[in-house]
Design a protein around this ligand. Structure first.
Ligand code: HEM
Length: 195
């Protein structure tokens, strides 16, 4: 799917407000996550392995969310799960996997991470014009979901890994990149000046 065809996807949109940190802040946050240039190389090696499997990966993650009512609640109105909302987010989620593997850490990427954080918090539902679902994704679950989003990736990476060491390298890099994203997304949840 071409990125311009994904409704609500705004990576690269110059109208997005800038992120609260720039290249220096990102360098420090990457250092705190131990996310090295070698990890970025491992992510680009993972990209051709993962990209053909994105729909299966999304099935796994949506299966996880769907089987936990306290998670599915974020996508639900009083009438139950909002299928249009789930589908709209799924398309952007797939693109996020591609973007995370590409790791093009420039100001446009930082601005979109800020927007993704906002969409889990004060801007929830805006991108898809959804009303009637909970106003915010509880932050504790954002942090917690790092675990399943990391653990479930391993068998998908294993399908293309050269050997156990290659698998471990790609998996560690994925873990660090997800932590980096969630650290950036935490901004709207943190008291002014404390982020
Ligand atoms: C490691 C944790 C998580 C990751 C990596 C993640 C990833 C994403 C991504 C990539 C998007 C689409 C962003 C875009 O608009 O381009 C998204 C949106 C969304 N996520 Fe998460 N998410 C996480 C945790 C959670 C949790 C715990 C929930 C609760 C069920 C959740 C609920 C949602 C909802 C409701 C949206 C749509 C927000 C909107 O209205 O635009 N996410 N997430």
């Amino acid at each position: 799917m071409s990125t311009t065809a994904i409704p609500g996807y705004r990576y690269g949109d110059p109208a997005l407000p800038p992120a609260p940190i720039g290249a220096d802040g990102l360098r420090d946050l990457r250092a705190a996550c131990l996310l090295s240039d070698d990890d970025l190389a491992a992510l680009s090696e993972a990209a051709p392995i993962i990209e053909p499997q994105i729909e299966e990966i999304l099935d796994t993650w949506y299966g996880f969310v769907g089987s936990h009512p306290f998670l599915l609640a974020s996508f639900s109105t009083a009438e139950g799960p909002h299928q249009g909302y789930l589908a709209a987010v799924r398309a952007r989620f797939g693109q996020w996997i591609r973007d995370t593997l590409r790791a093009g850490y420039d100001d446009r990427w930082l601005a979109y991470q800020r927007e993704i954080g906002r969409r889990h918090a004060s801007g929830k539902g805006e991108a898809d014009g959804i009303t009637g679902t909970p106003e915010v994704v509880p932050y504790r679950y954002l942090a917690a979901l790092i675990v399943p989003i990391t653990v479930t990736m391993r068998p998908f990476l294993a399908k293309g890994a050269r050997d156990a060491e290659h698998l471990e390298r790609m998996h560690q890099a994925w873990f660090k990149a997800v932590v980096l994203s969630v650290a950036l997304w935490s901004e709207p949840y943190v008291r002014e000046g404390w982020w």
